[in-house]
Design a protein around this ligand. Structure first.
Ligand SMILES: C[S@@+](CC[C@H](N)C(=O)[O-])C[C@H]1O[C@@H](n2cnc3c(N)ncnc32)[C@H](O)[C@@H]1O
Length: 281
């Protein structure tokens, strides 16, 4: 367990946060408690006590984002045991919150939480869905929200480049202009302890989004990045969920830059002693 177990005031508390922190890895909101990373993996979720695989910093980012954006329709990719969906439901009280995960097993804790807190009509969790399966993501969203746009997408799934890019291509066009796409843990390749040295870093997707923001600001109007996450804001261009490709928004020079980054299978990894996965997974 990391760090100091005292909760202490934080920037979020100073800004009127609704979260009551008991320690840096545990908080509660309206009678539901959440155990965060790094302790999360030791806790089995129940309807009133979830593990949430985020550190305090990302939880605070989520709360601030929800206050700022007030999202009504949200898609989250990578939902683990339902903790992040439960938190988003409590914070945003959205019209629709749709989650996807490759794991086949549903979360009984999330189902019980939704029933107990009146979110059964709001939350839909889809299990056994690969984030790289663009057709499936789109057909589920067609069924769930039809032509209504999303306000917020959060990708906290594989953190792998190709998979995350496919999800971006599928879901970014479904945001309304001004809607926001969050890439959690994009910086895993730059941890002090090297992870996944043979794997192409998610950094490339952030670089592509940055280039698109320069070359095609009507597609990506702005990006805000810090270490825990990147927030990519949608511009006003008409984008087609079935065919949009971030690659198509880079321009010839941008494409050459990205190809240079990826040429020869370069991952930037060097150490032979990689750990099992990114700190954020
Ligand atoms: C970091 S956890 C998500 C944590 C959750 N958002 C939270 O804050 O508690 C990553 C999740 O992504 C899922 N995942 C991994 N690869 C995936 C893929 N290709 N498609 C969809 N989900 C995937 C894993 O099953 C896991 O539940």
């Amino acid at each position: 367990m990391a760090g100091d177990r005292r909760s202490g005031p934080s920037a979020a508390a100073a800004a009127g946060s609704a979260l009551e922190w008991r320690a840096d890895d545990e908080f509660s909101l309206d009678g539901v408690s959440y155990v965060c990373r790094p302790r999360a993996d030791t806790v089995r979720s129940s309807a009133d006590r979830f593990c949430i695989r985020k550190p305090r910093k990302i939880v605070e980012h989520c709360e601030a984002l929800v206050r700022r954006l007030a999202p009504r329709r949200i898609a989250e990719v990578g939902i683990y045991d339902g903790g992040s969906m439960a938190l988003l439901a409590q914070l945003a009280r959205p019209e629709r919150l749709i989650g996807f995960d490759i794991t086949e097993n549903p979360s009984p804790a999330l189902e019980q939480f939704a029933a107990a807190h009146g979110f059964s009509e709001t939350l839909s969790a889809y299990w056994g869905v690969d984030q790289a399966d663009r057709e499936r993501l789109n057909s589920i969203l067609d069924e769930e929200i039809g032509g209504m746009p999303l306000d917020l997408v959060i990708d906290d799934a594989s953190h792998l480049l190709d998979e995350s890019r496919l999800t971006f291509d599928a879901l970014f066009p479904r945001l309304r202009p001004g809607g926001e796409y969050v890439l959690e843990d994009w910086a895993w390749a730059h941890a002090i302890m090297e992870v996944w040295p043979e794997t192409q870093p998610l950094t490339v997707l952030v670089a592509e989004a940055t280039i698109a923001c320069a070359y095609h600001p009507h597609v990506i109007s702005s990006i805000e990045i810090d270490r825990p996450w990147a927030v990519i804001r949608r511009g006003e261009a008409d984008l087609e969920p079935a065919t949009f490709s971030l690659r198509g928004s880079l321009g010839a020079r941008g494409e050459r830059l990205i190809d240079g980054m990826l040429s020869g299978g370069i991952t930037g990894g060097g150490s032979a002693s990689g750990r099992a996965g990114p700190a954020g997974s």
